[in-house]
Design a protein around this ligand. Sequence first.
Ligand code: UD1
Ligand code: UDP
Length: 365
Amino acid sequence: MSMIVVTVVGARPQFVKAAVVSRALRATATVSEILVHTGQHYDPGMSDVFFSQLGIAPPAYNLEIGSLSHGAQTGRMLERIEGILQETTPDWVVVYGDTNSTLAGALAAAKLHVPVAHVEAGLRSFNRAMPEEVNRVLTDHLSTVLFTPTEAAVNNLGAEGIPRERVTEVGDVMYDAALYYSAQALDMPSPVAPFGVAAGEYVLATVHRAENTDVPARLTTIAGALRRLAAQRPVVVPLHPRTVSALERGGLLEGLKADCVIMEPVSYLAMVRLEKEAAVIVTDSGGVQKEAFFHGVPCVTLRDETEWVELLECGANRLAPPRDEATILDGVRQALEDGSPKVREELYGGGKAAVRIANRLAAGL
Ligand code: UD1
Ligand code: UDP
């Protein structure tokens, strides 16, 4: 039985996740995939580089929606995806994570009675002020099959009354990606060598969450803490374009550039290389928190809570809510003291998540 799957992606982490699932879908030989890129991310360094580097087929449709307010962005995606689903009549729509592209894809499909498969289902921060929390709760409740990355995610869905038979714990596709691409990342030239920064000595930091970029006091605290850390060891920061704008608005960018190694967003392989060779990672990214663990690097999370609770429980990660600089500096000191976390591969599915997803989709409803 052959199947048509429409995959909807649009933001940087979704390209990484889709790369490994698409490869597994191709291996089934019975599934044909139609890739839709919403254009939520569009800078070459936020989009094209992932397609070329990770061998993702060019999207069949690029909606080029771009940056808009939440309602306008999601609404325009919804309308365009609806048209594509009417044209392609797929057996499944696959969506990833918790972005506006995820919700638009799931909602368009559900209204047309096309079964939705949600990869990375069941994550919760229990903080509805986050746009991602709204997107993931709604997407989960629209989905026919919910592929969860962790046991905590399975429990969250149970607590919301989602029938257990719809939920399949497959593990985390980002762990599959980390395993698959690690060797290639180590073959790359070091992205920090040109800055005179050595492997093993630097802090790697990323910041892009709305709750940090759009709240001036939090952004000022983060920038201040990174500058103080830079007095002790190099601090390397590949900056999301959202954060560049926010730092410029707050008059914080020049000071940060004076003390830290500030970079454009880097490719996935360059990022993996940076992660593997960092002494400690400081981030508000969901993906980067886990990648720190996959690559055995201690992590400090610049948030009030995290969806990846198992990493707090096993001591690989710790929260440092960016309310004051001292909390962040203490978090980093603690992380360096605790050192390398032990990779426990059973926590995230052992690298088989994509194959499990592809097999389930190939089996049909
Ligand atoms: C989005 C997701 C977030 C995810 C992140 C991954 C939502 C609500 N948020 O956040 O969950 O963690 O992607 O990176 O879907 N911009 C550019 N060039 C680009 C893309 C963005 O300049 O290629 C700038 C624009 O000023 C834009 C801003 O970044 O307004 C925010 O982009 P947007 O896609 O709305 O949200 P992210 O912060 O990227
Ligand atoms: N990433 C990247 N280049 C960068 C920053 C991040 O390739 O400059 C990768 C990172 O390794 C991970 C994914 O992008 O695989 C995480 O995306 P992001 O932090 O934007 O979003 P989140 O995971 O928080 O939704």
